[in-house]
Design a protein around this ligand. Structure first.
Ligand code: ADP
Ligand code: MG
Length: 349
């Protein structure tokens, strides 16, 4: 976990917009030769060289995408960068720059913004990306944060969602469902806290789940690993809305169907025990829980030997003909049709 915020309060009005921008960007250094000009001019300047450029943006809104009552600002900053880097890696590219735009109400002191940027900086340092610009403005209520990530890849390396072929293997990195359960645990503790603020929660049984929710890591390592293994996926996507929904994107765009196997879904032991406690079906959570930020990809069956047995990867099924649809083979060997539900679908049950 990242550290706690301090308690000092400096009003943003005191600093002014330019003072604030200088303050928050002064500790960021540019490391990539492709970053010609970062913060400080009307636009940043990048050297695209002969590669293809990847650009992706996410907008996060307080009360919709994050809840500051259990999301420390430093984690929010870190996660806002992760969700974007994850999209660049999902194209099989390297992320090199980000821009960060924020809107904050006067409820936030400078120290809050410093916390946010401490998380952004930690992400930049860990993942070797340069902060090259952004925008800063006020909001009437709450906080908004938008991050854009810029990356690059050789033309031949870019992996789209639409390249999956019949008989390809379907592979997922890491494990599924933990971030969704982490959110459930945090929501429950928030309710408990409302009733009894003196109650000290014992979260020992949920550390992995909470970490996955509050401090997700984008799978840059997987991109390196695939290169080492000399595997180029035929299609790839990152799991932000849940496995089912991402499978739908790949299958729709590739014009194929798929068959995945319930007993192959990678689950952490904490996911299994917490599902029992919350009376949730762990398969449902793996399929529809969001925010795992793992990579889902398809590879030619000829790559089976390179992928199998690798602790980072689980082969969960294979690609079928389009008219077969999307199916889950249960532990009881029954085939059921997959529904394209994002993680919100779980909430409405
Ligand atoms: P402009 O008036 O041209 O929009 P700004 O005063 O908003 O310029 O920004 C000045 C410089 O600071 C630009 O390089 C911009 O990209 C950068 N910047 C502004 N806000 C942020 C932020 N929140 N994080 C990082 N860089 C920022
Ligand atoms: Mg501006």
């Amino acid at each position: 976990m990242l550290e706690d915020k301090n308690q000092q309060k400096t009003s943003l009005a005191e600093l002014g917009e330019f003072g604030l921008i200088n303050h928050i960007t002064q500790y960021f250094k540019l490391n990539h030769t492709s970053s010609i000009k970062g913060v400080g001019d009307d636009a940043a300047v990048l050297d695209a060289s002969e590669k293809q450029t990847l650009v992706t943006t996410d907008l996060l809104i307080e009360g919709v995408h994050f809840d500051l009552s259990y999301m420390p600002l430093k984690h929010l900053g870190y996660k806002a960068v992760m969700v974007n880097l994850s999209d660049v890696y999902a194209m099989n590219g390297t992320a090199e720059q980000i821009t960060v735009s924020i809107a904050v109400s006067n409820r936030f002191p400078l120290e809050a913004i410093e916390e946010l940027y401490a998380g952004i900086q930690l992400a930049c340092n860990t993942y070797k990306v340069d902060l090259i610009g952004g925008d800063t403005t006020s909001s009437t209520k709450g906080m908004l944060i938008s991050v854009t990530a810029i990356g690059k890849a050789d033309k031949a390396d870019v992996v789209y969602r639409n390249g999956a072929k019949e008989t390809d293997l379907i592979v997922v990195s890491g494990d599924l469902g933990a971030a969704y359960l982490g959110l459930q645990v945090l929501e429950r503790e928030k309710q408990v806290f409302k009733v009894d603020p003196n109650n000290q929660p014992d979260l020992d049984n949920y550390t992995y789940l909470i970490e996955r929710q509050l401090k997700p890591e984008a799978r840059k390592d997987v991109i390196g690993l695939l290169k080492e293994l000399e595997v180029k996926p035929t299609a790839m996507i990152d799991i932000s809305d849940g496995l089912s929904s991402e499978l739908f994107h790949i299958c729709t765009q590739s014009k194929v169907g798929c068959k995945i196997y319930e007993d192959k879904l990678p689950l952490d032991p904490q996911v299994i025990s917490t599902c029992e406690e919350f009376e949730l079906d762990s398969t449902m959570v793996a399929l529809s829980g969001g925010e795992d930020y793992e990579l889902l990809f398809t590879v030619p069956i000829a790559d089976f030997d390179k992928i199998k047995g690798n602790p980072n990867f689980s082969i969960i099924g294979h690609v079928t003909e389009e008219n077969q649809g999307l199916n889950l083979v249960t532990r009881a060997n029954q085939e059921i049709e997959l529904k394209a539900q994002g993680w919100n679908a779980l909430k409405n049950e």
